[in-house]
Design a protein around this ligand. Structure first.
Ligand SMILES: Cc1ncc(C[n+]2csc(CCOP(=O)(O)OP(=O)(O)O)c2C)c(N)n1
Length: 689
């Protein structure tokens, strides 16, 4: 019997059973060696990359993908597939080799040969959906692990909503020492343990080596005990022994908690002098070492060639999941029509358009009828009350600031192991883990995650926000307490550079609404931004409602718009402001009117949408007034694009202070009077020149 036949027999025996029936060891070894060879060869050809992890973890991956993982290369986006996350993204050749060998159409041998070259599907680190089959973008260590937690949360929630007939899959994540040393791993592991995410399985490539050398230089954590302390089941195995790996995965799938399998491996397995050392971690092995590895592994094929029987065995493994997918499709087809449509809509990421439009319209009608003078964080809660009813896939939460972030509208229950259908997650004081878990939820699909913290602590979640932007994921961050306006908590809690820092992230929409109407509009835009994450930046302090009449149009969609025109002639001054400072601009305009100076006010709720609006719209909105004044209780960085380098700016130049908000605004000179004075001074300068 050839390798493919042996494999096919073994997988038939296993079909429908979790018993880790032993597999022909020689076949297993050759299948794993195919990964090793492709990884060595691709890294060598690219003259850069990381051969050590793929070579060491090849046995784990071979067992997982040939015997356990539920997937179908013919439909990489099959919603009920098991998720596999390579958190240690530097080992990308492991994933690329697997996709190639298993028959993912896009991952040809040519792509493997173009590893790390411009435009190749084999990017240096895995990039989400590039090609389909890569679940998430990894490379910054720890992120993938926390993404996997979010995926497992989404799976469990959707299973509770739609039933195990249509949602029933596992999330596997391969982590390295580096992943587990990162602080985010603690947040992710603790959250997963607390939530008892039983279908989350971590495979730890426990090779005891990192870049500097032996792990003992920097770390002595007992990971098994650590995970156990966080409420996981955990075990330690020989990660080079396929039957031990299979037995451990079968065990992990059977437990009622998330499970860690610490797999003791040898980095660069097979390399004659570099195996087990840092030298195999992140650089090509070199011709001699590769020759020696081929001899040791008994791999006689030339570079990038896989013997036909091994190729067939891998292809057979790739076809294992097809019957399960077809059976799943039938189960979905037999759902009641309305459930099927709802399931399909959510998985496609389509919004319930009419319900959403009606909800936003209803909010704006209520606000026109009875204006609200409330903080925008409270406006957000008001909006969420309607939006979360209209959009049932919204899953809220907060990093332990639920009452301050106003992210739990009335009637929305908490999610827990006992109540997975709950829609509010108490993430705990874990901003980074929260943001990365939300990325995983969005990547999983079927849910739209939003969650809150203070704007100043977006620093703690920034790496995950950046990845959401890079991956084009709809993840919504509610960032309250957005300036010195938060008052007495003082400069540690008062963001000054955060708006600029967030605006610097490409593809992140940063919204700073000025009142309750703009808040509703910005929420609508964030929900509709299916390929961008959003930050809703909101106040603690009350603000007047400046948009009093009803407008059906979403005026914030342009990013900036004229809130108040100049009166009594052409505008001599344009005030541009965001959020809480728009009200100051309105007052400054009145002060100028008293002095006979015509001024207009432009609200700028979203720099990025304004940038996208195009040159003509931008020019028309910026207007022709000679004097431009920007007002924002934050640093000036980024504002010159609107007010020009000669424009006046009323904002912050350093850190804040601890005092009541009104005193701080006066102390730092962020007042209508000062804005009016700055405008007058600029006018005088122009007329004098
Ligand atoms: C957040 C982050 N910090 C640093 C790095 C750079 N880096 C890549 S791999 C690695 C550690 C390598 O050790 P390990 O995770 O054990 O991987 P292995 O050597 O087993 O491949 C580091 C520091 C990174 N990718 N992400």
């Amino acid at each position: 019997m050839g390798a493919a036949d042996q494999f096919a027999t073994a997988s038939r025996i296993r079909h429908g059973s979790e018993a880790p029936t032993p597999m022909n060891r020689a076949v297993h070894d050759r299948m794993a060696n195919a990964i090793r060879a492709l990884a060595m060869d691709a890294v060598e050809r690219a003259k850069s990359g990381h051969p050590g992890l793929p070579m060491g973890a090849a046995d784990i991956a071979t067992v997982l993908f040939t015997r356990f993982l539920k997937f179908d290369p013919a439909d990489p986006h099959w919603p009920d597939r098991d998720r596999f996350v390579l958190s240690a993204g530097h080992g990308s050749m492991l994933l690329y080799s697997l996709l190639h060998l298993l028959g993912y159409e896009a991952m040809t041998i040519e792509e493997i040969k173009r590893f790390r070259q411009l435009g190749a599907l084999t990017a240096g680190h895995p990039e989400h959906d590039h090609p389909p089959g890569v679940e998430t973008t990894t490379g910054p260590l720890g992120q993938g692990l926390a993404n996997a937690v979010g995926m497992a949360i989404a799976e469990r929630h959707l299973a509770a909503e739609f039933g195990p007939d249509v949602v029933d899959h596992h999330t596997f994540v391969l982590v390295s020492d580096g992943d587990l040393m990162e602080g985010i791993s603690h947040e992710a592991v603790a959250l997963a343990g607390h939530q008892r995410l039983a279908k989350l399985i971590v495979l730890f490539d426990d090779n005891g080596i990192s870049i500097d050398g032996p792990l003992s230089l920097a770390d002595s954590v007992d990971q098994v005990k650590r995970f156990e302390a966080c409420g996981w089941n955990a075990t330690r195995i020989d990660g080079q022994d396929p039957e031990a790996i299979a037995a451990a995965i079968a065990w992990a799938k059977s437990t009622d908690r998330p499970a860690l399998i610490a797999c003791r491996t040898t980095i660069g397995f097979g390399a004659p002098t570099k195996a087990g050392t840092k030298d195999s971690h992140g650089s090509p092995l070199g011709a001699d070492e590769i020759k020696g590895a081929r001899e040791r592994l008994g791999w006689t094929s030339p570079p990038f060639e896989v013997p036909p029987d091994i190729r067939d065995a891998w292809r057979a493994a790739g076809q294992r999941g097809r019957p399960a997918r077809l059976a799943w499709e039938q189960r979905v087809a037999s759902l009641a029509a309305d459930r099927r449509a709802e399931f399909g809509r959510r998985l496609a990421g389509d919004l319930p358009k009419e319900a959403l439009a009606a909800a936003v319209r209803g909010l704006k009608e209520q606000l026109a009828a009875a204006p609200k003078e409330i903080a925008t964080r409270a406006s957000s809660e008001f909006a969420l009350g309607a939006l979360t009813v209209a959009v049932p896939e919204m899953i809220g939460g907060s990093a332990d600031l639920t009452g301050s972030n106003n992210t739990q509208p009335k009637g929305m229950a908490a999610m827990s192991a006992a109540h997975p259908a709950g829609r509010v997650i108490h993430y705990g004081v874990r901003e980074h883990g929260t943001a990365a878990a939300m990325n995983g939820m969005a990547l999983h699909g079927g849910v739209i995650p939003y969650s809150g913290t203070f704007l100043v602590f977006s620093d703690y979640s920034r790496p995950a926000i950046r990845l959401a932007a890079l991956m084009g994921q709809r993840v919504i961050h509610v960032l309250t307490h957005d300036s010195i306006g938060l008052g007495e908590d003082g400069p540690t809690h008062q963001p000054v550079e955060h708006l600029a820092a967030l605006r610097a992230i490409p593809n992140l929409l940063v919204f700073r609404p000025c009142d309750a109407v703009e808040t509703a509009e910005c929420w609508e835009l964030a929900l509709k931004a299916c390929n961008s994450p959003s930050a809703l930046v909101l106040t603690r302090q009350n603000l007047p409602q400046l948009r009093t009449g009803f407008t059906a149009e979403n005026r914030c969609a342009a990013g900036a718009y004229e809130l108040l025109p100049a009166e009594g002639g052409a505008a001599q001054v344009s005030f541009f402001a965001t959020g809480s400072e728009v009200a100051l601009a309105v007052e400054a305009r009145e002060l100028l009117a008293e002095r006979g100076v015509a001024a207009r006010v432009v609200s700028v709720p979203c720099f990025e949408l304004f940038e996208r609006a195009g040159a003509d719209t931008r020019a028309a909105t910026i207007g022709t007034a000679h004097v431009r004044v920007g007002i924002e209780a934050a640093v000036r960085q980024g504002w010159d694009a609107i007010i020009g380098s000669g424009g006046a700016f009323i904002g912050m130049t350093g850190f804040g202070a601890s005092a009541p908000a009104k005193d701080l605004y006066r102390h730092f000179g962020i007042t209508a009077e000062r804005a009016a004075e700055a405008a007058l001074a600029a006018l005088t300068k122009i007329s004098g020149s």
